[in-house]
Design a protein around this ligand. Structure first.
Ligand code: ARG
Length: 578
């Protein structure tokens, strides 16, 4: 099924037959295409290990590999690189196989993975950091699903901490007569809450500033947080109503972004399992008292930087962000018993997750084999290299970024797309543009978001891939419904496209290993670039050699399907036109 793997196995077998015990042979695309298409670089190390002459060994192995029909040419270069050129026939066979097959990947062991991503905070505006978490998390989830894993996505709302206390205090100051602040209040929700989600978002920065400037106000906010966590009926109802407002808005944005969660849980869901977790933790003798607080020490001798203890219960009896995460692990184990839990969050939260993971391990909350993984990402910066701001210096919210990229997108769109359609399509392209840019570098690097550069349809960008995909689709439409097969290639630019196709599986596997999408965007770029070269060199629809034309249409279909599959994994929509 997997062409490259099959050839790697062949090389492995040949080496083994010659008495070399070797596994994991990897073929990589050649960096000197004039010498061969793919190369194997393992001979030098092998020869060294066996104290042999690498060139002699390479020549011996190359001669034996030459007997396989799939290899057009096997040569040796430099100190012992083996260069391989595949035969046209082998590639045609493989293309045909892929065209028939819908699933191009062998299914993996069906591990259960929970992916914790998105992580928006209730009552706070969604900013570009949350965008990155949603983009990366959604794509990793889809990738894992495509590879055959059983995945559960959880949004893990920030809905339980001090920010809730601050906002509720601000509401109380403004509207002291609301029903929820009266002693006899008993409802589930606050029916007379006079604010919208937009008001809510404006309230938070004001509330937070006031609390930071005045310790008395901060104390009041802490007290409200405490009462909330103690299930005070008025504050709990107010909290529920705030949550409703906020979630409604958050859901709308995620829908635009094609980000879909299986679970809409949050920090507050930890509440119901904290008592049982404490009951489990208490007899373990790992909880210490420190200045009225309960902590778990987790520092290790080998730590280069100090890892502070995990603050389990604060002296004012509220729980911390660490506690809700620890209790969430407890709950996830109880309900889902996952094999792995991944956390997609800003890399500046690494210490927090180190604390939580270590405490979970120290307390044996999970089985030994369960893996916890922190998937940290870098910051999206503005052209000044500092965290992205709007033109007037405000925080770059997700909505403002989208508007900005939409405007830039419209500059490049054809004039005949007008009115409402123009709005809709520019939004789809803008989202694809943002996502593609967001995936371009390794997730952990900070990058500069340059709207003009990322909208350029001739660059390594979302619009470039979308444009090329649409062009393939329209060619296929023009070709009409006909049966296509891989029969014949010229062996020039058409072969180069097929050689790119060979890398498909490896790219997905590597991307899964590194938990970074940059390998997929990189591949999409190279594949489409190669295809576009082929497209401009040939006149597919007027080609008179029928076998050639038929193969070229089949090739277009295959590349189009690869684009579709990968864009689907990246959660990027293909517009109807652009
Ligand atoms: N709400 C957090 C924030 O905005 C991110 C949540 C990450 N996930 C977690 N399980 N802690 O920073």
């Amino acid at each position: 099924m997997n062409f490259l793997k099959k050839q790697e196995k062949r090389i492995e077998l040949t080496l083994q037959q010659n008495g070399y015990n070797i596994e994991n042979v990897t073929l990589i695309p050649s960096n000197k295409p004039e010498l061969g298409e793919f190369q194997y670089n393992g001979i030098m190390a092998l020869a060294k290990k066996h104290q042999e002459n690498p060139q002699e060994l390479a020549k011996k192995i190359a001669a034996q590999l030459q007997q396989y029909e799939d290899f057009e040419n096997v040569t040796v270069a430099g100190p012992g690189f083996i260069n391989i050129t595949f035969s046209n026939a082998a590639l045609l066979n493989y293309g045909e196989e892929l065209l028939k097959e819908k699933k191009w990947i062998e299914a993996k062991e069906p591990k259960k993975i929970i992916i914790d991503y998105g992580g928006p905070n209730v009552a706070k505006v969604l900013h570009v950091g949350h965008l990155r978490s949603a983009n990366i998390g959604e794509a990793l989830k889809r990738l894992a699903k495509y590879l055959g894993y059983n995945v559960i996505g959880d949004v893990h709302l920030g809905d339980y901490g001090l920010q809730m206390g601050m906002v509720m205090l601000e509401i109380k100051t403004r509207y002291p007569n609301l029903s929820c602040f009266q002693d006899d209040f008993k409802s589930e929700r606050v029916d007379d809450l006079p604010i919208s989600n937009d008001d809510l978002i404006e309230l938070y920065p004001i509330a937070s500033k006031k609390a930071k400037e005045d310790e008395k106000i901060m104390e009041q906010a802490r007290n409200i947080t405490y009462l909330l966590q103690q299930n005070h009926s008025g504050y709990k109802a107010l909290w529920r109503s705030i949550l409703d407002l906020s979630i409604h808005d958050i859901k709308q944005i995620y829908e635009k972004l094609s980000v879909q969660f299986d679970l809409w849980k949050g920090e507050s869901d930890a509440e119901k399992v904290i008592p049982e977790m404490m009951e489990y933790l208490n007899p373990l003798n790992i909880i210490k008292e420190s200045e009225g607080a309960k902590i778990i020490e987790i520092a290790e001798e080998t730590d280069k930087l100090m890892v502070p203890p995990l603050l389990l219960i604060k002296s004012n009896e509220t729980v911390s962000y660490e506690t809700t995460d620890l209790a969430t692990i407890w709950e996830r184990k109880k309900i889902y018993n996952p094999d792995e839990i991944w956390y997609v969050a800003d890399k500046r939260q690494e210490l927090h997750f180190t604390q939580v993971f270590r405490a979970s391990k120290k307390a044996n909350i999970l089985d030994e084999s369960t893996k916890l993984e922190f998937i940290g990402f870098g910051t999206m910066n503005g052209s000044d290299g500092k965290p992205f701001k709007t033109r007037d210096g405000g925080v770059m919210t997700l909505r403002s970024l989208l508007e900005l990229v939409k405007e830039e997108t419209k500059k490049n769109m054809i004039d005949t797309i007008e009115g409402e359609e123009r709005e809709k399509i520019s939004e789809v392209i803008a989202i694809g543009t943002i996502k593609f840019a967001d995936f371009l570098s390794h997730r952990s690097t900070d990058y500069i978001f340059d709207p003009e550069k990322f909208c350029d349809a001739n660059g390594k960008t979302g619009p470039f891939i979308l444009y090329s995909t649409i062009r393939m689709r329209s060619l296929l439409e023009k070709a009409g419904k006909r049966e296509v097969h891989f029969k014949k290639i010229k062996g020039t630019s058409d072969k180069k496209v097929l050689l790119q196709v060979l890398n498909f599986q490896k790219v997905l596997e590597n991307s899964f290993l590194s938990k970074s999408l940059h390998e997929i965007t990189d591949y999409l770029y190279h594949l489409n670039n190669t295809y576009n070269n082929f497209y401009s060199e040939n006149r597919i629809l007027t080609e008179t050699d029928e076998d050639l034309q038929n193969t070229w249409i089949a090739l277009t279909k295959l590349v189009f399907e690869i684009n579709q599959t990968l864009l689907q994994i990246l959660a990027i929509e293909i517009p109807s036109r652009m």
